[in-house]
Write a protein that binds this ligand. Structure first.
Ligand code: IPE
Ligand code: IPE
Ligand code: MG
Length: 248
């Protein structure tokens, strides 16, 4: 049986998040510059997005550039920004064709103006699409997001628009970049690194974590299917005991 048909359509996660890692090492293995790996990574983005939409996953979040990635050599961050611009230009049509809506999470203000504009246009052009939402994490870090939420909340409290006693987890989540988006049930990281790297710390409280040694440029539809099959074979207990879950 092929991998895709082993997936139970009725137990799909609504939201899958991916830390796309390993582009640099993939290129290095081939004696090429790191930027070559980033370029190849776009194919994996395309394949994964298509696979997720075909399956009926509602939200796909891809960690494309972290706040900390700004610390990389300028040559590399410039190349990544150029690639981002080129990719948005090229792929907006495909997103529309596939009925996929684009959104971003992260400090978009910190991106070069022309990229921000292009992103805003792509977001607007795809706003009416309903099959899947693709969230690109750009200049994103979870601590930035959490601190930002606290700043917004304290501002509202100071203005008398929010009472401290009305603050709860649901209200707090509305101040995050992912407001209105359900928490990811599955988080995938490629490249054999076993860490979270400042990604969705609040949102992954109960996510299932899936690590693969595949480098991102080698990640294909089948790799997503494998992660989903693995996910569906786990028992998610949320603090309860197995017997309670089985009785539900
Ligand atoms: C992931 O690949 C892409 C970004 C973080 C932008 P890397 O560039 O981190 O590749 P490795 O981890 O060095 O191999
Ligand atoms: C995490 O990858 C960020 C993205 C995939 C965009 P990194 O390669 O930056 O993570 P670390 O630095 O190895 O933890
Ligand atoms: Mg890396």
């Amino acid at each position: 049986m092929d991998l895709k048909s082993q997936i139970d359509q009725n137990r799909l996660p609504k939201h899958v998040a991916i830390i796309m890692d390993g582009n640099g090492r993939w290129a290095k293995q081939r004696g090429r510059p790191r930027t070559f790996g980033h370029k190849q990574g776009v194919t994996s983005v395309r394949e994964t997005t298509e696979a997720a939409a075909e399956l009926g996953i509602e939200y796909l979040t891809l960690y494309a550039f972290s706040t900390e990635n700004w610390k990389r050599p300028k040559f590399e961050t410039d190349a990544l920004m150029a690639l981002l611009l080129q990719t948005i230009n090229k792929e907006t049509k495909t997103l529309n064709k596939n009925n996929i809506r684009l959104r971003t999470i992260g400090d978009i203000e910190s991106l070069p103006a022309r990229i921000r504009k292009q992103l805003e246009k792509a977001i607007e052009d795809t706003a009416g699409n309903t099959r899947m939402t693709l969230l690109l994490a750009l200049s994103y870090s979870s601590r930035w997001e959490l601190l930002n939420a606290v700043k917004k909340i304290t501002g509202r409290v100071q203005e008398g628009e929010l009472k401290v006693e009305d603050l709860n987890q649901d209200v707090f989540a509305q101040y995050l970049e992912t407001a209105e988006v359900p928490d990811p049930e599955l988080l995938i990281r490629t490249s054999g690194e076993y860490r979270i790297s400042n990604f969705l710390l609040w949102q992954i409280a109960y996510a299932e974590l899936y690590f693969t040694t595949k480098l991102w440029p080698d990640f294909r539809k089948d790799d997503l299917y494998k992660a989903l099959i693995d996910f569906q074979n786990r028992e998610r207990r949320f603090g309860k005991i197995s017997e309670q879950i089985k009785a539900e």
